[in-house]
Design a protein around this ligand. Structure first.
Ligand code: PMP
Length: 388
């Protein structure tokens, strides 16, 4: 975006200005090749270097242990909804191979805290007949905006092929404030599309982490997958036809992607390039610890403004409010369109809530500056004074 605009979009979202400027400067001539990054061969030395460097920088940023592979895949977060089913059923089959005496039908456990985890569970049900809903907040309370206490979760224990959850529900603004505790023998699978790189966390607690790029990573087209090596299915299990589970389609197969360093087919080279610039930008800022501090401050300012006001309300329980997607309503809902129009006039764009929930949503990913949040907070206070 240009300097006179504050982009609060939920994704595709704001990309750091220095990243866009550098991409602009290098667009016609990448690394003295005389060509843009989009015109190079994906088998070239230049791209190979970029691919490896981008992975190394991500490994540094997130402190990813050596027994995890980083995959650059395509098809967005939504494609991973099916990829995890295929790959992790196959991994479970592999794990049980030796002593498999009964029919193979392990449950897949899903925690549903908003529309993205709900969609993921629906996709799993399409592909497989034993999906266990650990809880669905909407069914329990009538709407999304909270997470039930652990005592109420209906986990399947060690039988499960995996436990799935979405760390930050982008539409509803609900974020886990800690990593769910589950049976340590069961892989934890997490959709971090809208909060990866926003705070420190322990990668070693997870079996699979995935994230679409278009929020905190860069440009749409790339999906980052971080997978523990023992969950890659060995080739002898690739043919699952006779084991009661579907064959993994080639383009969704984590093992094939890992074996080819994500170059089985043509990767989204421009998106990977933009991510490499975003990772360098983050490292220069001081890494995740530094951005985490700014992110907490930004979220605190907005939630304080909401909580201290007479007209704004947050539909999300305090303990699970997202630091990335701050959703809020105006008590007199008829004022919301005026609020949004006034914001646009001041250059604050894409503040409208998701079409399924209405209201407002300020997405304040890593690239949104504290200055941008201050502009929004000032506007909210002035708007309130006008209407009190
Ligand atoms: N998961 C989450 C948490 C998301 O926010 C989104 C997209 N906004 C998706 C999955 C789907 O991602 P994509 O559009 O890249 O398929």
């Amino acid at each position: 975006s240009t300097p006179n605009v504050w982009n609060f979009g939920a994704g595709p979202a704001k990309i750091p200005t220095p990243v866009l400027q550098r991409a602009q400067a290098e667009l016609l001539n990448y690394n003295n090749t005389g060509m843009s990054i989009m015109e190079l061969s994906h088998r070239s030395k230049e791209f190979d270097n970029l691919n490896n460097k981008t992975q190394r920088d991500l490994r540094t940023l997130l402190n990813i242990p050596n027994n995890y592979k980083i995959l650059f895949m395509q098809g967005g977060g939504c494609t991973q909804f099916s990829a995890v089913v295929y790959n992790l059923l196959s991994a479970k089959r592999q794990q049980l191979d030796e002593d498999l005496k009964e029919e193979f039908n392990p449950p897949l456990d899903y925690l549903i805290t908003g529309s993205w985890s709900s969609k993921a569970a629906e996709e799993a049900k399409k592909l497989y007949n034993n999906v266990n809903i650990v809880f669905d907040v909407k069914k329990l309370t009538g709407s999304y905006g909270s997470i039930p206490p652990k005592e109420e979760w209906k986990l399947s224990g060690s039988k499960a092929a995996y436990v799935y959850y979405c760390d930050n529900e982008t539409v509803h603004g609900v974020e886990f404030n800690n990593i769910p505790e589950i049976d340590p023998s069961v892989p934890l699978v997490c959709d971090m599309s809208s909060n990866i790189l926003s705070r420190r966390f322990d990668v070693s607690k997870f079996g699979v982490i995935f994230a679409g790029a278009q929020k905190n990573i860069g440009a749409a087209g790339l999906t980052v997958v971080i997978v523990r090596e023992d969950l890659l299915t060995k080739s002898k299990n690739l043919d699952n036809k006779n084991s009661g589970i579907p064959v993994i389609p080639t383009m969704l197969d984590y093992k094939i992607m890992a074996d080819h360093n994500s170059l089985y087919n043509t990767p989204p080279m421009f998106s990977i390039y933009i991510s490499s610039l975003v990772f360098e930008w983050l490292l220069e800022l001081g890494g995740i610890e530094a951005i985490e501090t700014t992110n907490s401050l930004k979220a605190e300012k907005l939630y304080n403004t909401i909580d201290n006001s007479e007209i704004y309300i947050s539909p999300v329980e305090k303990s699970v409010r997202s630091r990335m997607n701050v959703s809020f309503r105006i008590k007199r809902e008829e004022l919301e369109s005026e609020f949004l129009k006034g914001a646009i006039d001041l250059g604050m764009l894409q503040l409208k809530g998701h079409r399924s929930v209405g209201g407002m949503r300020a997405s304040i990913y890593n690239a949104m500056t504290l200055e941008g949040v201050n502009v929004l907070v000032d506007y909210m206070i002035k708007f309130e004074k006008k209407h009190c």
